[in-house]
Design a protein around this ligand. Structure first.
Ligand code: TNX
Length: 480
């Protein structure tokens, strides 16, 4: 098992074989034989394996597509280590990327040295392994979002959910409503950064993520969390007077109004413009904490949003509260608030919805690790690494069968997390814990084993310039 001591998430199947080891002295050289549709995988695998300028004695990594002996999942892969080099086989281009991530971790530090002959066969437990990233309270420019995507790729996560709008700011250009970004692209939460993604920048992020096996799910938070919209577009407010900019950290005070014609036009324009940029099957439409709305107003507005979204051909994801509304088939509900009665979620699941598990007391990475954590908040409690790792998605809601759970998602809200260094400190190491929970076989999860493997990861974090919290329960110094 020693040879896997650097690998997170833990692979499903591994077998060491007798015989001469592979001696890696000059890094890797990628030989992409996977055909034109996976042409993009070669350069990305080179990046993951840091094979950009291979030396003459570089070890060859052959990439091939195939089904034989590859676990039956679109992200499944098989790695074969022979004395002559490494072969990665997968059913899809994404599967090849997953294999490359494992190989990179087997060789965490630049001098990989010897790898025994072996076979790894691997596939994920859950199809959805995501991170929800709030770029509305504090803006994070494209190059920083890319650094987050790199982390997801390294840990085989496949969804980046971008929370693009909230009370404090609006972060994506919308056709027909330039004031959204011209006005509310300049606001932020207190201490946070402002800014927004142009359509070109957003498209570039979608492409960057896609070639790394990550789908971007954009979120427009409706019908609450809308102060940035009502601040920029006075027509969304009865009487036509725009609301004041908001930089505080309260939630629940802002809203749309169903009886205004401008609301329909606004929602249609936002969703049409956004979906033209986003190839993902889903759009996250928020739905959380609309505390100023009566239940009937909430339903009316959410239905308006869902009908508008249906016109675009996309399926909705909504925060847990959205379960109160009749949802179209194929909808996803994001479970976050363990204080609320889950009965509506169970009813929605009975009616055909599936659930993304993001229980705040385990998966909210804006919570402190401990009382002294300098950033973030504490409303869902402290979340140390063990708490982030030790929870079972299928045991969060009584009566919710595992088959109804599409996967897991962490969340990082940024009211009190203002730059990349702080963000990274809050994500690492907890993001890696969530990644393993979402990927590895349930029976294989072990906190002690994870705690020993995570120690090896800091070499990569340090080389790549990611800050992290040196969780005291991990023996970091023993990693090298
Ligand atoms: C609750 S989680 C929120 C966010 C806050 C977060 C702070 C959810 C759907 N809504 O608006 O940023 O708590 O942790």
């Amino acid at each position: 098992m020693m040879v896997l001591s650097n690998v997170v998430p833990r692979p499903r199947y591994y077998e060491e074989r007798a015989g001469v080891a592979l001696n890696i002295t000059g890094g890797f050289r990628v030989d992409n034989q996977a055909g034109p549709e996976c042409g993009f995988v070669g350069p990305i695998a080179e990046q993951i394996l840091r094979a950009k300028t291979p030396s003459r004695d570089a070890t060859s990594v052959v990439l091939v597509l195939g089904k034989e002996a590859v676990p039956d999942h679109e992200e499944g892969y098989r790695i074969l280590v022979l004395p002559s080099g490494v072969k990665i086989k997968a059913r899809t281009c994404t599967g090849l990327l997953r294999g490359a991530a494992t190989l990179a971790q087997l060789c965490q530090t630049r001098n990989c040295g010897e790898l025994p002959q072996m076979v790894i066969e691997d596939r994920p437990r859950f199809d959805w392994r995501g991170l929800s990233f709030d770029v509305a309270r504090s803006f994070y420019p494209p190059q920083e979002v890319k650094k987050v995507i790199d982390l997801l790729t390294y840990y085989k996560m496949n969804v980046l959910h971008l929370h693009l709008t909230d009370d404090q700011g609006w972060r994506i250009e919308v056709d027909g409503y330039p004031e959204l970004t011209e006005i509310s692209g300049k606001t932020s939460g207190e201490g946070g950064r402002s800014g927004y993604f142009t359509k070109e920048e957003f498209t570039d992020l979608v492409e960057y993520a896609a070639t790394r096996g990550v789908t971007i799910i954009p979120e427009i938070d409706l019908p609450g969390h809308t102060n940035a919209a009502t601040h920029a577009v006075g027509d969304l407010v009865p009487g036509g007077k725009a609301t004041e900019a908001y930089s505080g950290a309260e939630v629940g005070f802002s809203r749309l109004w169903a009886h205004l014609d401008s609301t329909q036009d606004f929602v249609d324009s936002v969703l049409t413009s956004l979906t033209a940029l986003s190839p993902a099957d889903y759009v996250h439409v928020g739905g959380d904490e609309a505390l100023e709305l009566s239940q009937s107003e909430y339903k009316e507005l959410v239905e308006l949003v869902l009908d508008s979204l249906a016109e675009t051909g996309k399926k909705p994801v909504g925060w847990q509260e959205i379960a109160a509304v009749d949802l179209p088939g194929g909808s996803l509900i994001q479970y976050w608030d363990t204080r609320q009665d889950p009965a509506p979620v169970l009813a929605a699941v009975d009616a055909g919805a599936r659930v993304i598990m993001s229980p705040a007391p385990h998966a909210y990475f804006d919570m402190g690790y401990e009382d002294q954590t300098p950033y973030g908040g504490d409303w869902a409690g402290n979340i140390d690494l063990e708490t982030a790792y030790t929870w079972e998605p299928s045991e969060q809601v009584e009566g919710l069968p595992e088959s109804a759970i599409i996967g897991v998602e962490g969340a990082v809200w940024t009211e009190k997390i203002h730059d990349f260094s702080q963000l990274s400190y809050m994500l690492l190491p907890r993001l890696a814990a969530l990644a393993e929970l979402g990927w590895s076989a349930k029976e294989a999860l072990s906190w002690e084993d994870f705690a020993s493997r995570i120690a090896s990861q800091k070499a990569w974090w340090e080389e790549e310039g990611y800050d992290y919290y040196p969780e005291p329960t991990v023996a970091w110094s023993e990693s090298e």
